[in-house]
Design a protein around this ligand. Sequence first.
Ligand SMILES: CC(=O)SCCNC(=O)CCNC(=O)[C@H](O)C(C)(C)COP(=O)(O)OP(=O)(O)OC[C@H]1O[C@@H](n2cnc3c(N)ncnc32)[C@H](O)[C@@H]1OP(=O)(O)O
Ligand SMILES: CC(C)C(=O)C(=O)O
Length: 359
Amino acid sequence: MPMLPYQPMRLSDRQWPSRVNKAPPIWLSTDLRDGNQALARPMTIAQKMVFFETLVQCGFKEIEVAYPAASDTDFNFVRELIEGNKVPDDVWLQVLTPAREDLIKRTVDAVAGCKRAIIHMYNATSCLFRTVVFQNSKEDTVRLAAKHTEIVRKLTEECTAKHGTVFRYEYSPETFSQTEPEFAIEVCEAVKAAWGKAGLGDERIIFNLPATVEIGPPNHYADLIEYFCRHVSELEKIIISLHPHNDRGTSIAAAELGMLAGAERIEGCLFGNGERTGNVDLVNLALNLYTQGIAPGVDFSAIQAVVDVVTACNDLPVHQRPPYGWELALTTYPESYLPVVPADFERICDAESRVPPAA
Ligand SMILES: CC(=O)SCCNC(=O)CCNC(=O)[C@H](O)C(C)(C)COP(=O)(O)OP(=O)(O)OC[C@H]1O[C@@H](n2cnc3c(N)ncnc32)[C@H](O)[C@@H]1OP(=O)(O)O
Ligand SMILES: CC(C)C(=O)C(=O)O
């Protein structure tokens, strides 16, 4: 018997279909957190270090490096990054924490002394989680998020006073795409009020709206994002971030349509690693922009070296046929076509002009 379908939202005056993406998003690599927690053998500190250095070389400025309260490996990795002066001044270290005081404290302790840090807190807001897993009412759920946001504020302010670390705050209503749209806004409004210092520029609060499990088509996700952007207050003080997973195989479309709908920031992993069917593939997304004449702001020109690091650290192969990425991406075999391998690409077709260079 077929499963029950998703419930589309009625956004008849949606604006996103007629928009065109003209700028890259703010990129957040979560390879070292969401990607790592999906591996049969999580990365060692040495592997995380090599991966981090590769991400920095590619140009990522925001990197979710750990879930420090979940394991000593993750906590100690963050300390090594900071104490070993491995973090460039313009890179923000992001760390994930649940909404629990002791775990928030451990998380803030992990990043103490680094120059710039983003504390990312999440709690479950979807109806199924509220009623079945946590048996929390809507009010309990809002109270939990607001109370722990106040704790994040207090602990980060103390840390700034003691160590000079500059903090930003990210909040994720978990399984946003399965949360009632009005309720997701209600929780985020309470979080913004509890944080109390959302402002402009680097003071913008980040609301990350995850498709924790991709349950509907990408146009549905885009409608949810546009609805959120239209109804949340003080949008100018908010960065709308997306965290698409790929359960239906449409995470790239979800991210691209979500950007049309108002998102400015994308969280994902290189080559689509991540829980179950993966997080959205940041290489694919960035190079899609590149082929539309938009400088993506991250550099995958040394793609082979990136593939080597990712496969070694994840202990997983990169598929041979993803767009752009690997051996067969530009290869075709029909007799009427010229078989092309990536190394020949520049010679055969000038990537800028799309015309064959003069003989
Ligand atoms: C979609 C995602 O990827 S989200 C991230 C998923 N990854 C992880 O959670 C990392 C793995 N987690 C862990 O290793 C553990 O949960 C730890 C180490 C973080 C915490 O371990 P413990 O202290 O044993 O906490 P545990 O997970 O049992 O939960 C403790 C309580 O917090 C509650 N809780 C769970 N998640 C949250 C949350 N996000 N916010 C608030 N409370 C939460 C639990 O329901 C439980 O409640 P109870 O005490 O009333 O039963
Ligand atoms: C913590 C959140 C953002 C997450 O990883 C998810 O929802 O997939």
